[in-house]
Design a protein around this ligand. Structure first.
Ligand code: FPP
Length: 228
């Protein structure tokens, strides 16, 4: 894609795994497995296209309310794929971070996350943020509480500095797959002026061509940030 404006920070709501599986007469966990397998290709392609930072919505604070087997399976997949990612990104100058509330996660998952974050802490070229037990409202509450603890004034700048994605700046583009038109508590504060791209394609089918369509669409937007 030549001469196309590339967003620096892209957020992705990877929706539609369940429906993808149900359409094939399989259980929802099968969809999550396919969805997980798709992450690698999109991450690689996004970074090769010139995107600097990616934030992927893997598990929301609200997802705990799903049936226990589905939650367990998602947690298992996250552990497996996080381990795989560490091996892959550690030598590709990608810094891996998990954003969201960590206390509620199981110790074995926390250990894998910490290993990945430590192993990539000196990497600089790209940022890969995986949102697990993440909610935008909860993130703002955490940021404000931090400021109160530190006796700092509650200002827009101070809140922004204390958000989980402060290291990559606000997302330029948020993509949602799976045909729903909402942001579902994802990057609420930092997404105030993000361009939004919605596609009906279900996450396991969202490939490099579909990603490029989102980038093309972003390239045609006129961003005014509230100005004229
Ligand atoms: C939404 O599909 C998807 C999720 C709740 C989980 C997203 C997780 C992954 C793609 C896998 C793990 C991620 C990484 C980073 C390895 P849904 O279940 O809501 O689908 P539906 O809307 O069709 O029911």
């Amino acid at each position: 894609m030549e001469n196309i404006k590339i967003p620096s920070h892209v957020g992705i709501i990877m929706d539609g795994n369940g429906r993808w599986a149900e359409k094939r007469g399989k259980n929802r966990s099968y969809g999550h497995k396919q969805g997980s397998a798709n992450v690698d290709a999109i991450v690689t392609h996004a970074f090769e296209s010139g995107v600097k930072s990616l934030t992927l919505y893997a598990f929301s604070c609200e997802n705990w309310a799903r049936p226990k087997e589905e939650v367990d399976e998602l947690m298992k997949l996250l552990k497996i794929y996080f381990k795989k990612f560490i091996k892959k990104v550690v030598n590709n100058d990608v810094r891996l971070r998990v954003i969201g509330g960590r206390e509620e996660l199981k110790p074995d998952l926390i250990k894998v996350i910490e290993d990945g974050e430590n192993a990539t802490k000196d990497n600089k070229k790209n940022n890969l943020n995986i949102a697990i037990n993440y909610g935008g409202r909860q993130e703002v509450v955490r940021a404000v509480n931090k400021l109160i603890e530190q006796n700092q004034p509650i200002t827009d700048q101070n809140i922004s500095k204390n958000l989980d994605t402060a290291h990559c700046g606000d997302p330029d583009l948020i993509i949602r797959t799976g045909g729903e038109y909402r942001v579902s508590n994802f990057l609420l504060y930092q997404g105030a002026y993000s361009e939004l791209y919605f596609t009906d394609v279900l996450w396991p089918d969202f490939n490099e061509v579909e990603f490029d369509k989102a980038i093309q669409s972003f390239g045609q937007r006129k961003r005014r940030f509230g100005k004229v």
